[in-house]
Design a protein around this ligand. Structure first.
Ligand code: SF4
Length: 386
């Protein structure tokens, strides 16, 4: 299915519900399709074909033809195939569970879910929708592995839920809406359930006014975690001002920082570093791609390492000069990621599972909200790492 995005789309709901001004700014910003987005489209197409084949909606011949096309894409990997197979198997199991409740359960893929009753022209695409009497389940595949995404109170999934209610309530009398995010590369299956009436209440009292605010002229901008997926995150004044404000620190004692102050600086530093990194990446890309000059800055050559122009010629020159060929080459095993790509995740686990360990990582200071358990003994953590 071609990628179509609504102005107030579900996938950007976290941003526009928190920063109404971002809607106008994003509408005028150029769309940069990233390799990640293309990979996402490819995995969704692969998943849809696998699910339909598993359900007997495609013949083997049809599936092989579609799969052959997908395999031609340069982003396709064996690893991708295995992750999507495991996702498609999970969908198969969920459908079987639904069929156990009632043989009338229906499964739909790539469904356009229209929630325009709450958001003008609002729609999104539900990767998988399973529906039966009184119940609808929306499942969203996320192939990215940068950040784990929770389904709990997730506005994207909740908007899909409103779209599913609009589509199926009349026929199925939906009482419960279940929303699930599956992130196969992070081994995450996160689900969240709501009563249909609570979801509709959220749509009426939270979403509707926020959507109206977002479409107002000169709507204000508010910076926060949602800036990360905003197209103008590098040049937005509200984000810059919020971060520069964060940087102003009132020290109680001008000479030394207290422990509390250091804690506050650490927290602010993360946001400021993310913002500064975005600004630098934008400025550098503009300079390289469009020859843009920035006051006080210039483009220079980065560091580089020497390399051979012709490895075979190097070896021949040295063997001619009397060096043993055996000492000129080193044999090196492929790294774990490359090896896993070569043999596939399943074979890798079967053949090498016991020959791979994951050593303790270096102790790292993170915010208290981080999901990893706290290290209790610094000494033993240091020993494990060493
Ligand atoms: S960068 Fe942040 S504050 Fe600026 S428009 Fe985008 S979401 Fe809003």
């Amino acid at each position: 299915m071609p990628e179509v995005h609504a102005v107030l789309g579900a996938s950007s709901a976290h941003r526009w519900m928190n920063c109404p001004g971002s809607v106008a700014l994003n509408a005028n910003a150029p769309d940069k399709s990233s390799a990640y987005a293309e990979e996402g489209t490819l995995t969704h197409s692969l998943a849809e074909n696998m699910i339909n084949y598993n359900l007997g909606r495609m013949t083997k011949r049809e599936f092989n033809k579609a799969f052959g096309e997908i395999k031609k894409n340069e982003l396709y990997t064996q690893e991708m195939q295995e992750y999507i197979e495991s996702y498609a198997n999970t969908i198969w199991e969920l459908m079987n569970e639904a069929k156990a409740v009632t043989p009338d359960a229906a499964l739909l893929t790539e469904q356009r879910l229209d929630f325009s009753e709450y958001v003008p022209d609002g729609f999104g695409t539900g990767d998988v929708v399973i529906v039966y009497d009184g119940f609808v389940h929306i499942i969203d595949l996320k192939y990215g592995k940068g950040v784990g995404v929770s389904a709990e109170s997730n506005p994207q999934l909740m908007l899909y839920g409103l779209g599913a209610l609009a589509a199926y309530d009349l026929l199925y009398g939906i009482k419960t809406v279940k929303m699930t995010i599956i992130q196969p590369r992070l081994d995450i299956v996160s689900s969240y359930e709501m009563y249909a009436e609570d979801l509709e209440d959220w749509g009426e009292n939270i979403v509707k006014p926020k959507a109206e605010a977002a479409l107002e002229e000169d709507a204000p901008c508010y910076a926060g975690g949602w800036c990360r997926f905003c197209k103008v995150k590098s040049t937005c004044r509200a984000r810059a001002e919020a971060n520069l404000e964060l940087a102003k620190f009132e020290f109680q004692d001008p000479r030394l920082l207290s422990d509390t102050e250091i804690g506050s600086v650490l927290k602010r530093a993360e946001d400021i570093a993310a913002w500064a990194g975005d600004v630098k990446a934008y400025a550098q890309a503009e300079a390289i791609e469009h020859g843009k000059k920035w006051d006080g800055w210039k483009l220079v050559e980065g560091k580089s390492n020497r390399k051979y122009t012709d490895e075979l010629a190097v070896a021949k020159t040295l063997t001619d000069a009397g060096y043993e060929e055996a000492v000129l080459y080193e044999r090196k095993l492929l790294g774990i990621t490359a090896m896993e790509k070569l043999v596939g995740k399943k074979n890798f686990t079967e053949l090498l599972g016991e020959l791979v360990i994951k050593p303790a990582g270096a102790p790292t200071l993170v915010e208290i909200s981080d999901k990893r358990p706290e290290i209790n003994s610094v000494e033993s953590a240091k020993e494990d790492f060493e």
